[in-house]
Design a protein around this ligand. Structure first.
Ligand code: GLC
Length: 436
């Protein structure tokens, strides 16, 4: 059974890999290279096609900006199935943007550091694996420097995101509170996504007005980080984003130690790391909820909602043992009922929970993958195994969808897989989970 599933996963990945050396997340809906997708995809490839795994990452890093920034979408080709494309984003406005590759002027969770460590771990040929690490590690280090020097205005060790599309959890109900503080103009745009998938599963046009408005402000100031920090109505310290950065810091420390002769960089990383972990625990943990939460830096207030991002710090070794216990209790109480697959992307007990809508409730395989390893690291093997077998079961039942209904009852009559089909990271991470 698993063997057939792995074969199917490989077919999805192979079909989504492009001649230019990168993978699209899926056909139609997402026709370019996405930053964090790339990392997850490369981990899948590493299990059976190391050349593609390495290429995926090196193609992404080729689009890095001169200030270390790595964009969220790299527009390697033209496409008429996606809005907003390169003409809208205009990355060339930033003086240090990449001269070869047009991109967006925003980023995504920093998964590249732990991705290259994973690729090295999976590699059978360690000499070649280490060469790959050596070729790329400084670029990732520079990316982390970019974050700490440009995205942390109060010098807390916590970096901000300035757009919901930077979070990766694009349409989370958490952002609703921020939309309430804004009143953008109505932009008359031609959505493409709603022509490709059921519009009821996608954001509304009004929500898109908010998304575009933030970009308009950033573009008006040529994507200046300073100006964005000063003016963006969306400025959030996101636990998932920061947990990925901390996990990747750790990976870079391990890898620099392996390479040797990199004392200064290791020291710098350890300094960032210590400060980040401390602030993360001080500022982003909500005692009453028993979970990590987002912080709205623009309006200086915590956003008190529990989502799958709340548990991602397990993956980066952030909570103490006691705190991890509380966190897992919260997760199982709210998300772990027998009628539900683990792990819904948003609190199933909340009135904002929507089981079919993009990041407002459905299960995502990449978050499950993050939780699986996090739970294992803290010794919650049984729950980790449930996350894994739930992920496999969802894909077996529905196919390699972008996201899945968390309600088990649905699958008696429905497919339960939503969004894009033949979705790359669902395939890639399934391969990694089964191989683990
Ligand atoms: C959606 C997701 C985002 C992902 C992108 C490409 O926008 O919200 O996390 O990177 O699709 O798959």
């Amino acid at each position: 059974m698993n063997k057939n599933l792995i074969n199917d996963a490989k077919i999805v990945l192979n079909n989504n890999f492009q001649d230019k050396g990168y993978s699209i997340p899926c056909k139609g809906l997402y026709p370019f290279q996405w930053k964090w997708d790339s990392g997850f995809i490369a981990i899948g490839f590493a299990h059976y096609d190391m050349d593609k795994a390495k290429k995926e990452i090196e193609t992404l890093l080729d689009a890095q900006w001169e200030n270390g920034f790595i964009p969220h979408i790299v527009f390697h080709v033209e496409s008429d199935t996606y809005f907003p494309g390169p003409d809208y984003h205009q990355s060339e406005l930033h003086p240090l943007s990449n001269k070869k590759h047009p991109s967006t002027g925003m980023t995504q969770p920093p998964v590249t550091g732990f991705t290259i460590e994973k690729i090295y771990e999976i590699a059978k040929d360690k000499t070649d694996g280490l060469e790959f690490v050596k070729r790329n590690i400084d670029k990732v280090f520079e990316n982390h420097r970019y974050f700490y020097e440009n995205r942390d205005p109060q010098n807390e060790g916590l970096v901000y995101i300035y757009h919901n599309w930077e979070s990766g959890t694009d349409n989370s109900p958490i952002w609703d509170d921020i939309w309430k503080t804004m009143n953008p103009p109505t932009y008359n745009i031609k959505r493409k996504d709603t022509q490709l998938v059921d519009p009821s599963q996608r954001p509304s046009n009004r929500e898109y007005d908010h998304y575009l408005h933030i970009i308009e402000i950033a573009k008006k100031h040529n994507y200046s980080d300073e100006k964005i920090a000063e003016l963006s109505p969306f400025l959030v310290q996101d636990p998932l984003f920061n947990a990925m950065l901390i996990k990747s810091n750790n990976a870079l420390i391990n890898l620099y130690k392996l390479i040797g002769n990199n004392e200064a960089k290791i020291k710098q990383l350890e300094k960032w790391q210590e400060k980040s972990i401390k602030s993360f625990n001080d500022k982003l943990y909500d005692e009453e909820l028993g979970a990590y939460i987002h912080y709205d830096l623009r309006n200086e207030k915590p956003l008190r909602f529990v989502s799958s991002s709340s548990f991602s710090p397990l993956f980066a070794g952030i909570p103490s043992k006691e705190r991890a216990k509380r966190l897992v209790t919260t997760m199982m109480d709210k998300f772990g009922g027998e009628d539900l697959y683990l792990c819904a992307s948003f609190d199933p007990e909340s009135e904002r929970f929507n089981p079919k809508k993009y990041w407002r409730g459905p299960v995502w395989i990449n978050l499950n993958w993050i939780l699986y390893y996090g739970l294992k690291d803290y010794g919650y093997n049984e729950i980790a195994e449930r996350v894994k077998s739930d992920s496999i079961e969802l894909i077996e039942k529905s196919g390699f969808y972008e996201y899945f209904d968390a309600r088990k009852s649905i699958y008696k009559t429905d497919k339960g897989g939503y969004g894009g089909g033949n979705f790359s990271w669902s395939a890639a991470l399934l391969i990694d989970l089964i191989n683990n």
